[in-house]
Design a protein around this ligand. Structure first.
Ligand code: NDP
Ligand code: OXD
Length: 312
């Protein structure tokens, strides 16, 4: 029985080695666009994928699980998947660590006004700014899942005043929790630094829109590290231009790479990173994938799996 790997092919050897280190000898086949290396489709037990072409999974009669190569599954579950085959989400300690760093970096960037210091330094100007009290800086995280809860806990450890918003109610130490559509307005009203770590689903698409941005206090900043379609681009630009939102950091976009003529590139209040908030780390991700393969082989269900109802 074989494992079929479909991703960015330059990464494939590192994935292969990481999985062999966990599972021992492995029939690892590379899923190239022409399908040349698949061999007998009946051999394929597991697929590791990010976003293969639509309908591609139908040809594997013995498929036991589809492993997503990222934390977000929106690009995978839109691909017309076979019924009854679990889609396993990736929970990778390396990815979680990377996202924690990204969120902390940009939160501190805005909180400590490092852009203003960089501008002053560039102008040869020695200018101290007032230092805000961290304990009074209200950070709000959209999404309190694997990544959101971890970022929230670490911001809390830095003594920020942290809240989070999720679908179901949460009780997390030191974090004020809001949930559901009814909880969103109060969450936004208290949030000065908004961090988005939601999955992209029909419910969350376009959530960073004019109405929700207007509910943030004047001068709030937005950090979007989740998915581009969470943001209504024109609404964000308007809110930045009219001064209600002070700045935004955007890692993800409707179209990636971000087209050269997109107004985000030249906007003075927008910081852009190229979908690099956090990358899957092969060696740590392989541990979780191998563990799930062992569970399946032992007749146990893998975890966590995507709920087709909620789409994450
Ligand atoms: P999880 O599935 O663990 O967490 C999702 C969170 O969002 C949960 O708290 C969930 O609520 C909440 N949520 C989902 N739908 C709603 C809704 N309609 N209303 C309110 N809350 C909702 O995901 P992860 O933390 O692992 O990942 C989050 C996202 O981060 C990924 O989907 C991906 O898009 C993005 N990402 C981006 C990366 C980058 O480099 N830019 C890297 C990795 C991930 P509940 O807890 O109640 O279920
Ligand atoms: C992910 C990502 O979802 O890198 O893991 O965006």
């Amino acid at each position: 029985m074989a494992l079929l790997f479909s991703a960015r092919y330059e990464d494939s050897e590192r994935w292969h080695q990481a999985l062999v280190a966990e599972l021992g000898d492995l029939d690892f086949r590379l899923w190239t666009p022409d399908g040349a290396n698949i061999g007998d489709p009946a051999d394929i037990e597991f697929v590791l994928a990010w976003g293969p072409k639509k309908g591609a999974f139908k040809e594997f009669p013995n498929l036991k699980a589809i492993f997503c190569l990222g934390a977000g599954v929106d690009h995978l579950i839109s691909r017309d998947l076979p019924d009854g085959v679990p889609v396993v989400r990736l929970v990778d300690p390396g990815l979680t660590r990377g996202m924690r760093e990204y969120v902390i970096y940009w939160t501190l960037h805005y909180h400590r006004r490092f852009k203003e210091y960089a501008d002053s330094a560039a102008a040869g100007e020695w200018r101290q700014l007032p230092q805000a009290d961290t304990r009074k800086r209200r950070v709000g995280i959209l999404g309190l899942g694997v990544l959101g809860a971890d970022a929230a806990a670490h911001l809390c450890a830095l003594e920020f005043d942290v809240a989070g918003w999720s679908r179901s109610a949460k009780a997390l130490d030191g974090i004020e929790s809001f949930h559901g559509t009814d909880g969103l307005a109060a969450f936004l009203a208290r949030t000065e630094i908004l961090v988005n770590l939601l999955p992209l689903t029909p419910e969350t698409t376009g959530i960073i829109n004019a109405e929700n941005l207007s509910q943030l206090p004047k001068g709030a900043v937005v950090i979007n590290a989740a998915r581009g379609p969470h943001v209504v681009d024109d609404d964000l630009i308007r809110a930045l231009d009219d001064g209600h939102i002070a700045a935004a950091t955007l890692d993800v976009f409707h179209t990636e790479p971000l087209p050269a003529d997109h107004p985000f590139w030249a906007h003075p209040k927008i910081n852009i990173t190229p979908h690099a908030a956090s990358l899957t780390v092969q060696e740590t991700a392989a541990v979780a994938i191998a563990d799930n393969i062992r569970r399946i082989r032992a007749g146990e269900p893998p975890a966590p799996i995507v709920d087709p109802e909620t789409g994450y």
